[in-house]
Design a protein around this ligand. Structure first.
Ligand code: UTP
Length: 396
């Protein structure tokens, strides 16, 4: 830990003198905690990230090319059975784990608490998001008499609340021994002028984006834990898709058959202007491209079957080998900036790690069967729309 004088030098060097002023007002314990926090901050990196916001990014369209995908629906029955059997072997051998990324802030939903603890009213039945996810995972017990290992990524802010919630609800009858929580990393947020913010005597921070999953798995020794358990395949998904289908042997079987280290599920883009990221190749490597990055021509371009060339939307459902996760965990992912509550927040994205692998499989699934995200309080991708999809599927 650095002492007060060193902290002052550091803060002055990076134009954060206002923190010194605030520090003077704190009591000894608060001061100690703040100094501890300051010693953890990589000021050089924060400054670089802030400068990056101000530089306009050049997008070279020619670097982006389409990616091949396989439509799950179009696989013939004989092949489906074969893939199913191979995938089932992985699950039955206890070589399968899932990671739920639940470290987000859920700003758009505006719910005070971890998103997974949000309750949905499904007719007369009330269900929490985490409860729905536990139910989807428990299908494995029914089908194969085994539950997958369930790792849950939380944030510094919501970790305790999340664990308490699971304790309170008896892990929704999931085998507690198979559940592990781990915290993701965080970074300070900045004002528009590039200043750090003090809140409750601490420098305000936020989780570092869902791409933080790789380094967090390494740092919290989740990767070591997986290796010691001989886990081979890991399904990584966001907490807010209540239709996620993590017990999908065909997906595992197909990824193995294609000899891939990483695979993602996609849904067909609903219309060219839909604001979703789609899978593509960038400089020949797996990637995604955001709606705003696509030129008008690329946005509407169709292939000979009349399908959008850039039309496979990312639903944050990814399957990776433990080796692939380990490889990515040793790389520095690029940061994206988001403005949340009028502050700059720096995030990496889980799919940005895929560019470190040579190739990937994209498997298209049906939107209504596997995608019902809860992002906004109202309107599209809200609890209401997600509930409708969920009810339709379950025939409620
Ligand atoms: P989103 O990008 O939708 O962010 O996350 P969010 O924080 O949930 O919501 P907003 O943007 O503040 O409204 C997609 C998935 O990635 C997880 C989220 O929990 C969600 O499952 N995530 C996001 C993390 O685990 N950590 C992060 O730092 C960010």
């Amino acid at each position: 830990m650095i002492d007060q004088e060193m902290a002052k030098i550091e803060l002055k060097k990076y134009n954060q003198e206002h923190i010194i002023e605030q520090m003077e007002k704190l009591n000894n314990l608060e001061k100690k905690e703040l100094l501890e926090q300051i010693s953890q901050i990589d000021f050089e990196e924060i400054t670089k990230l802030y400068k990056n916001i101000k530089t306009k990014k050049e997008i070279n369209q020619t670097q982006i090319t389409p990616i091949y995908y396989i439509d799950k629906e179009k696989i013939n029955d004989t092949e489906k059975n074969r893939l199913q059997e191979n995938g089932e072997q992985i699950i039955k051998n206890d070589q399968y784990a899932v990671v739920t990324m639940a470290g987000g802030q859920g700003t758009r939903l505006g719910f005070n608490g971890p998103k997974g603890t949000f309750k949905l009213n499904i007719d007369d039945n009330e269900k929490y998001i985490f409860e729905i996810l536990a139910e989807s995972l428990k299908k494995s017990k029914k089908l194969y008499n085994i539950l997958p290992y369930w790792y849950i990524m939380t944030s510094e802010q919501n970790n305790n609340q999340t664990i308490e919630f699971f304790e309170e609800h008896n892990y929704f009858e999931y085998d507690k021994e198979k559940v592990k929580f781990f915290k993701q990393g965080e970074l300070p947020v900045l004002t528009e002028d590039g200043k750090l913010v003090i809140e409750n005597s601490k420098i305000k921070t936020a989780s570092n984006g869902n791409g933080g999953v790789y380094s967090a798995m390494k740092k919290s020794k989740i990767l070591d834990d997986m290796k010691s358990k001989n886990i081979k395949w890991v399904y990584i998904f966001g907490v807010d898709n209540i239709m996620v289908n993590p017990i999908d042997p065909i997906f595992i079987g197909l990824t193995i058959k294609q000899n891939m280290q990483v695979a993602s599920k996609s849904v067909a883009k609903a219309y060219p202007e839909e604001k979703v990221g789609v899978f593509c190749k960038r400089n020949g490597r797996p990637s995604t491209v955001e709606y705003i990055e696509l030129s008008e021509k690329m946005r509407i371009e169709c292939n000979k079957n009349g399908e959008l060339v850039y039309g496979e939307a990312n639903i944050i459902s990814h399957l990776l080998t433990v080796e692939a996760i380990e490889k990515i965990s040793n790389k520095d992912l690029k940061y994206h900036v988001a403005v949340k509550n009028n502050l700059y927040k720096f995030e990496t994205f889980v799919f940005d790690g895929f560019e470190y692998l040579d190739d990937m499989l994209v498997m298209r699934v049906k939107r209504d069967e596997e995608f019902a995200p809860i992002k906004n309080k109202e309107g599209i991708d809200s609890p209401e729309t997600a509930k409708e999809i969920y009810k339709r599927k379950l025939n409620i």
